[in-house]
Design a protein around this ligand. Structure first.
Ligand SMILES: [Zn+2]
Length: 59
């Protein structure tokens, strides 16, 4: 019944999620704490301060 409406909504939600917004969440080093940004690589994040590396788990 509201199939079209649903699709429309899903799409607009996808567009509103920018890579920047996604990265911002996981870009802080869990060891150094919030405030220390991690370098964003293709498939991982690394902390330049303590060397912590976090693999990105993507679909
Ligand atoms: Zn760190």
């Amino acid at each position: 019944m509201a199939e079209k409406e649903k699709n429309k909504k899903l799409k607009s939600e996808l567009y509103s999620v920018t890579p920047e917004g996604l990265n911002r969440k996981a870009n802080f080093c869990p060891k150094c704490g919030a405030g220390v940004f991690m370098a964003n690589h293709k498939n991982r994040l690394t902390c330049g301060k303590c060397g912590y590396t976090e693999m990105k788990t993507q679909k």
